[in-house]
Design a protein around this ligand. Structure first.
Ligand SMILES: Cc1cc2nc3c(=O)[nH]c(=O)nc-3n(C[C@H](O)[C@H](O)[C@H](O)COP(=O)(O)OP(=O)(O)OC[C@H]3O[C@@H](n4cnc5c(N)ncnc54)[C@H](O)[C@@H]3O)c2cc1C
Ligand SMILES: *[C@@H]1O[C@H](CO)[C@@H](O)[C@H](O)[C@H]1NC(C)=O
Ligand SMILES: *[C@@H]1O[C@H](CO)[C@@H](O)[C@H](O)[C@H]1NC(C)=O
Ligand SMILES: *[C@@H]1O[C@H](CO)[C@@H](O)[C@H](O)[C@H]1NC(C)=O
Ligand SMILES: *[C@@H]1O[C@H](CO)[C@@H](O)[C@H](O)[C@H]1NC(C)=O
Length: 494
């Protein structure tokens, strides 16, 4: 008896087996971005959830009631890079899995068809001496684990390894050992960085169109109810989250609540500083048909030393952006987020970084510092006199839910029953749209993919948010540029 018990416990510690799972009878998903929508599709497609009701709630834009997802969601934009180019082999493999879906373009109903996916190539560069982050609080240990150059080299090794299974894929990856080689591959007359590689197996997707396609696919299952509405708080009893309260007073009850509210998540759940909303700058420039023609063969260009990137134009619009530490926007909340545990005493107000977007504030523009950096990227990557002083036709602040390592946060809440979070996108989740929902559903079934265990977990030890002036979290995955810890209001005032 004792021997049997001992042997069964030792075998269960060597092979982690899923804990028994019984499907909840009702599931409420808050947010219909990449994480929320892909989760809805995966749950709706699994037999085990056949008896579960599935509801998705998303904020409504007053001018467009019922928009899913909301137009200022991170998942909605003209374009997003689709790549397997990652320093971390687990994400590289997941990107590779997603690319198989993006490349499906034969039928109009395929994900990659109708201009939703363009395999334009990705030119990724770094530099031997990365710029040191300025204005870094000394205490924070700000040195990234990886430099941009480390990231680029590890990513190169990973894509070569992934491509080694298929000689056609392998032939489409080429090292660019110096600025001249980079200039040749870019084809705009510009260059950037001192070492890099071109991967013609990567490209970009039309984010708005892909999300619309995906929403349609979810609706076609006939299994998911969509409710427009803004969640102001989670409802709960002494142990368990029981649903969500909307701004109009309605309460949506559910046995399992999945919070996938992107950069807004910290307003609903105290994330204990594990994920922080950071604002990233984007500029859109109108160009002529002739200029677009000249850029027809340009790959996506990403400088990992600074995070600055340009996506090839379409619809006569050129997009320039920066994948950086970003701006934080400390916001004092009237509705206190769900506390860390049922035992935590709540205070009357709290401050967390939350998105500020042009949906609520139509006059919002990007800080001058960010606009200048975007211009610097343009003048280096496409150094055409005609573009130098052309104004942006539009700018945007787009919000990440950033974690310290750049890993997602996909886990059950450790203290509250009935609550699961799927967030911490760290600015790189879009490409996973066709595959991430299945992984999230695995985690909901307590069978998280082995390679992401530990990475996606709720981590209790992180330093908490600092009230008022700032938030002590910086993403140190080697892919970011810019200055850490900038506060949006200060940057706007300069
Ligand atoms: C500028 C920029 C560039 C990027 N570039 C790339 C790229 O090149 N490649 C890539 O793979 N990824 C990229 N990303 C990252 C990618 O877009 C995100 O990781 C992904 O879209 C995050 O999805 P999400 O579902 O977590 O968040 P979101 O898309 O923001 O979705 C959250 C949803 O929750 C809803 N919501 C929030 N609060 C509430 C509430 N209280 N009540 C009801 N609904 C609520 C929102 O309306 C929204 O629809 C980029 C992101 C940005 C901002
Ligand atoms: C690109 O990276 C190099 C270093 O690799 C850096 O010196 C340069 O400023 C960067 N350029 C842009 C536009 O980001
Ligand atoms: C990548 O694609 C471009 C544009 O089609 C082409 O000119 C270039 O030769 C390709 N490079 C490699 C390495 O496949
Ligand atoms: C992206 O999709 C949107 C919505 O379908 C469409 O209006 C837009 O023209 C597309 N853009 C590109 C570059 O294909
Ligand atoms: C809290 O709600 C859950 C789910 O409805 C229920 O199972 C549990 O008994 C409730 N606990 C208390 C203390 O009311």
């Amino acid at each position: 008896m004792a021997a049997a018990a001992a042997s069964s416990s030792s075998s269960s510690s060597s092979i982690p087996s899923p804990r028994p799972f019984s499907p909840p009878s009702s599931i409420l998903i808050i947010g219909s971005g990449v994480f929320g929508l892909s989760t809805a599709l995966a749950l709706a497609s699994r037999d085990v959830f056949a008896q579960s009701s599935i509801t998705v709630v998303d904020r409504s834009d007053p001018s467009q009631p019922g928009a899913f997802p909301s137009p200022d969601a991170a998942s909605v934009d003209t374009s997003r890079i689709i790549r397997a180019d990652y320093a971390d082999p687990a994400y590289a493999a997941l990107g590779d899995e997603a690319q198989v879906q993006w490349r499906k373009q034969e039928k109009p109903t395929d994900l990659g068809a109708q201009g939703r996916y363009h395999e334009a190539g990705l030119l990724l560069v770094g530099d031997v001496t990365p710029p040191a982050p300025a204005a870094a609080p000394a205490s924070e240990g700000l040195k990234p684990k990886l430099t941009g150059m480390d990231y680029a080299r590890m990513s190169w090794a990973n894509v070569l390894s992934l491509a080694s299974k298929d000689s056609r894929l392998a032939a489409r990856v080429r090292e660019l050992p110096n600025p001249d080689a980079i200039r040749d591959a870019l084809g705009t007359g510009g260059s950037s960085g001192s070492w890099g590689y071109l991967n013609n197996n990567s490209g970009w997707g039309n984010a708005t169109a892909s999300m619309a396609w995906f929403l349609d696919t979810v609706k076609q299952t006939g299994r998911v109810d969509f409710i427009p509405g803004t969640v102001i708080s989670l409802t709960h009893n002494d142990t368990t989250v029981t649903g969500a309260k909307l701004s109009d007073g309605r309460v949506l009850s559910a046995d399992l609540v999945v919070v996938a509210a992107g950069a807004w998540t910290g307003g609903l759940v105290d994330l204990a500083g594990q994920a922080v909303a950071t604002g990233q700058v984007l500029g859109y420039m109108d160009i002529t048909e002739a200029e677009q023609e000249k850029l027809a063969k340009m790959p996506v260009m990403l400088n990992l030393s600074t995070g600055l990137f340009i996506i090839p134009p379409a619809d006569r619009v050129l997009k320039i952006a920066r994948h950086a530490y970003g701006y934080i926007n400390p916001t004092t909340l009237n509705n206190i987020p769900l506390p860390l545990s049922p035992q935590t005493r709540t205070t009357s107000s709290t401050t967390v970084s939350l998105p500020r977007t042009s949906l609520a504030d139509p006059s919002l523009s990007i800080p001058a510092e960010g606009a200048a950096d975007l211009r610097r990227a343009l003048s280096e990557m496409i150094p055409w006199p005609a573009l130098r002083d052309r104004p942006f036709s539009k700018t945007r602040l787009c919000w990440y839910s950033d974690t310290a390592t750049g890993d997602f946060l996909i886990d059950y809440h450790p203290r509250w029953q009935g609550l699961f979070v799927a967030t911490g996108d760290s600015g790189h989740a879009f490409k996973f749209l066709p595959v991430i929902g299945d992984k999230i559903a695995d985690c909901i079934m307590r069978d998280c993919p082995l390679e992401f265990r530990g990475k996606w977990d709720w981590k209790a030890t992180t330093t908490t948010t600092v009230a008022g002036s700032g938030v002590t979290l910086f993403t140190k995955d080697g892919s970011r540029g810019g200055t850490p810890g900038l506060v949006l209001a200060n940057a706007l005032a300069e």
